[in-house]
Design a protein around this ligand. Structure first.
Ligand code: ARG
Ligand code: ZN
Length: 871
């Protein structure tokens, strides 16, 4: 088995066109209790650019081959070979029809790739390489075929039979029935999907701009039928938005979404038949938090947008994954911003990029947005491919401006419709439509690492001079870096806080395009007072900005800057500085809080103008983010310093926190509107400060909120604070919550997560107990993420406990998980990517635990991750 040899990477430079293409494929899938029989008929033809006589190679993993014929004749023994991973056919003609019959066992498939069973329902996940676990096929995105699919199953237990495209025929045979689906659009096999189950359906209609009527169906278990309205509304909003913003209409008569409980990722954009993790589609005020509602809106839109950016125009190979993912994330971010708040959405996205992607880019897993090599592509569904990829598209949007960017996307979709292309093709369209040279810009796609941007300035004789210096630290396999094209959006604020005119036209904002390692830009600034620079406005490039801001400048920016990102960044810088000083002198919490007080009071004073923004401005950086700024990670001291600051601010501003909470009450029924969500988030921010301060009234307030609230946002928020701050009533609230929500898996995932993230070493015993809990299930990725993922990624004081017990627990869990679901195990392993930055004793302890897992791991997924981390 190829899986047995460590470290054989696949390289971008080795790309070759496939020897054979598949024009048409018919699948006949017969679903039974013990096994499934798949008959496939493929119309193959030699690729015009393939070398004559090349073998025809089909992927197929773990298939039991029952029959094989070419043009209706059984194939001679010496003409074919199957090694468990690939079927090689020798001496084939230029065109031929291949028919295969295989047996697979979806009931035993816990890896959740290919065809599997989730709570009695058959479903598929084929991206990236799952289709080869269903039948023999050239499983690569540059083979686009027309699919027709017949699904057969017991008619009582599986009344709903779905696949891509349109249903064209159906029938019955005794206790069984069948439906045939036809997808008119050629597609790569990673977009294939099939579902069979006993499902309820919410159906509505949507009329496109050109007047076509589309049937929209969302399928789920009967018990979840009342949780589909938000997804339906989000889908319609996304369809309308894409018509307006990109001029793109849906192209089939029917669009289906199916909710499944066992799912490795968030959702999947299969043509006409999206399959969703229940966590990304179900929403109900009683069981779903505000964040959950917003996630559903974003993911439904994301998968819908893929119909063009991904399906109509797809990727040539998996190195180009960001072609569809980066672009589609940019599209869903813009959509969510338009639906809610542009400024708030931008800060949330930047925060996520800086706290999750920057560390990835600075650690052993660093890779370019277009990687040059990988072992398992599953390991490259990363924040770098997705979120940094989206930033690269955003920079091009910024460089071109909205109109020319739209011209670029029009060109892209018309030129490449029905094709499998590359990120270079995308940038070509932008350069052409924008009339700009993006040669240097392309380095963003091939160069890994977070660029550092150092700014310094002088002011004399009416001239302000800003010097920008760029450098990118080495990353694995890329010791030397070249200068990038970095758009730096800038304003200069005068003494009254207003932005100064920067040119004769009176523009107060400009984009400096840095292309050299160092450049100086000069501006005429009247008067004698140096302006305050508002740098990297809107976070115009994904870089780490270094500028020696004085505290006074940061307070000034927080008070006056018209750019939401810059205001938030100023607050973050003030908080980081305070925590850094506290790490050196833990006794200074009271003084540090007092120094921050005016800034917080001023934010609170105008908080009701935009409670969502205020909540962001009032959020201290998390412990993990603080640790990432330090040279050596010391989780306990970070926890103590941050906690002391939060508690002091809670105490000193107690009256204002209670006031803010009161002002943010949202009377009437729960609504997931941006306005109400903003109020709840500010209210919970205020309660967090009060909980940290152990305010005498807060525990009973939280208890009542947890018990009586009519919505999950308030209930769960209150529960988390009670439990994390160990307030009176916490244990009872946890027990009551479990009793109440026992039957709601997505709510119970949160119940596990709340307990796994209680700071401190004593949580390790609790995590062990929860691993043995009757409701914990290694086969359900949402549950594993809820317990183990939140423990390893969100609880540094427990995970990095000095005893090493956190590492042992985690390593045991990884090994166990690897047997069940290698993709999820590999993803969990990402939590150790900070290994090189740990202090000696901890680094050794974690490395030893991981080496032990590596020596036993049988999956290429987990091995690739561990090898990189331990390298
Ligand atoms: N294309 C999906 C998305 O919308 C992700 C699916 C990836 N699945 C996987 N097992 N790698 O982002
Ligand atoms: Zn996607």
């Amino acid at each position: 088995m190829r899986d047995g040899q460590p470290g054989t990477p696949i390289r971008l430079v080795d790309y070759q066109v496939p020897a054979y293409l598949v024009g048409q494929v018919h699948l006949d899938v017969d679903l039974f209790d013990e096994h499934t029989r798949v008959n496939a008929t493929l119309a193959l033809r030699r690729h015009p650019d393939a070398p004559a006589g090349a073998d025809c190679v089909l992927d197929g993993v773990g298939l039991t081959l029952e029959a094989l014929s070419v043009d209706g004749e059984p194939l001679a023994e010496e003409a074919w070979r199957y090694d468990g991973e690939q079927l090689v056919l020798r001496g084939m003609p230029d065109t031929f029809t291949l028919a295969t019959q295989v047996i697979i066992e979806p009931q035993r498939n816990t890896a959740l790739e290919g065809l599997y069973v989730s709570r009695g329902m058959f479903c598929t996940q084929c991206e990236a390489e799952g289709f080869r676990r269903i039948t023999f096929f050239p499983d690569r995105p540059d083979v686009l075929s027309r699919f027709s699919t017949t699904v057969r199953a017991d008619k009582v237990r599986f009344p709903v039979l779905l696949s891509n495209g349109n249903p064209v025929a159906r029938g019955e045979e005794g206790a069984r029935h069948w439906v045939t689906w036809e997808d008119p659009f050629p597609k790569p096999c990673y977009l294939f999907a099939l579902v069979a189950g006993d499902l309820a359906c919410l159906e509505e209609r949507y009329r496109t701009g050109s007047g076509r009527e589309i049937t929209l169906q969302i399928y789920a278990e009967e018990r979840d039928l009342d949780k589909l309205d938000h997804a339906m509304a989000s889908l319609k909003a996304a369809m309308a938005w894409d018509e307006q913003t990109y001029g793109l209409e849906y192209d089939l008569g029917i669009y289906m979404i199916v909710a499944v409980s066992h799912f490795n990722m968030g959702a999947m954009e299969n043509k006409g038949l999206n399959i969703f993790n229940t966590a990304c589609v179900l929403a109900h005020p009683k069981t779903t938090t505000d964040a959950g509602f917003q996630r559903v809106e974003a993911v439904v839109a994301h998968e819908y947008f893929h119909n063009w950016s991904g399906n109509r125009v797809t990727c040539r190979d998996w190195f180009q994954l960001s072609l569809k993912e980066g672009f589609t994330v940019f599209r869903d971010q813009s959509f969510s911003a338009d639906m809610n708040s542009i400024a708030v959405k931008r800060v949330e996205d930047v925060d996520m990029l800086r706290t999750v992607q920057f560390p990835e880019d600075q650690g052993p897993m660093a890779h370019p947005v277009r990687p040059a090599e990988y072992q398992k592509i599953d390991n490259f569904y990363t924040v770098t491919i997705y979120e940094k990829g989206a930033e690269l598209v955003r920079m091009q949007h910024g460089l071109l401006g909205p109109e020319r960017f739209r011209a670029g996307t029009d060109l892209y979709f018309s030129r490449f419709d029905g094709q499998a292309v590359t990120t270079d093709d995308f940038v070509d369209c932008m350069a052409e439509a924008g009339g700009i040279d993006l040669t240097q810009f392309r380095r963003w796609y091939s160069q890994a690492g977070t660029p550092r941007l150092e700014a310094s300035d002088t002011f004399a004789d009416g001239e302000y001079r800003l010097t920008l210096r760029q450098s990118t630290p080495p990353t694995p396999g890329q010791p030397d870096k070249l200068p990038l094209m970095i758009p730096v959006k800038l304003a200069l604020l005068g003494a009254d806080g207003a932005a100064l005119p920067l040119d004769a036209d009176g523009n107060t904002e400009t984009v400096l395009v840095l292309t050299e390692a160092e450049q100086t830009f000069a501006f005429a600034v009247p008067g004698t007072q140096a302006p305050v620079p508002s740098l990297l406005r809107g976070f115009s490039a994904p870089v780490e900005l270094r500028y020696d801001f004085s505290p006074a400048q940061l307070h000034f920016l927080l008070a006056h800057d018209s750019d939401g990102y810059c205001r938030w960044d100023a607050a973050q810088r003030l908080y980081h500085a305070a925590v850094t000083r506290l790490l050196a002198d833990p006794s200074a919490a009271e003084a540090e809080a007092a120094a921050l007080r005016p800034a917080l009071e001023q934010v609170l004073a105008r908080a009701m103008d935009d409670p969502a923004e205020a909540a962001l401005l009032l959020t201290l950086p998390g412990e993990v983010a603080i640790g990432d700024r330090l040279d050596v990670l010391e989780p306990d001291r970070i926890h103590a310093a941050r906690g002391a600051l939060q508690a002091e601010l809670g105490r000193q501003l107690a009256r204002q926190w209670w006031q803010a909470g009161q002002a943010c009450l949202t009377p009437g029924p729960y609504r997931p509107s941006a306005a109400d969500i903003g109020k709840r988030s500010l209210r919970h921010r205020a309660l967090a400060y009060l909980a940290a301060a152990a305010d005498e009234r807060v525990a009973s307030h939280l208890e009542a909120l947890c018990r009586d609230a009519d919505n999950m946002t308030d209930q769960l928020g209150a529960l988390r604070l009670l439990v994390h701050y160990r307030l009176p009533g916490a244990a009872q609230a946890l027990a009551d919550f479990a009793a109440r929500w026992h039957d709601e898996a997505l709510v119970m995932d949160q119940w596990f997560a709340v307990q796994a993230t209680v700071p401190g070493e004593q949580t390790l015993a609790q995590v062990r107990a929860l691993l043995a809990h009757a409701d914990f299930d290694w086969r359900v990725p949402n549950r594993v993420r809820g317990l183990l993922g939140s423990f390893a990624n969100g609880n540094p004081t427990a995970f990095h406990a000095a005893s090493g017990e956190g590492y042992r627990l985690y390593a045991e869990a990884l090994a166990r998980l690897d047997e069940v679901n290698p993709q999820i195990a590999a993803r969990m392993a990402g939590a150790c990517a900070r290994l090189p930055r740990l202090p000696d004793a901890r680094r050794e302890a974690l490395a030893a635990a991981l080496r032990d897992v590596l020596s036993r791991s049988r999956s290429a997924n987990l091995r690739e991750m561990l090898e990189r981390i331990l390298a």
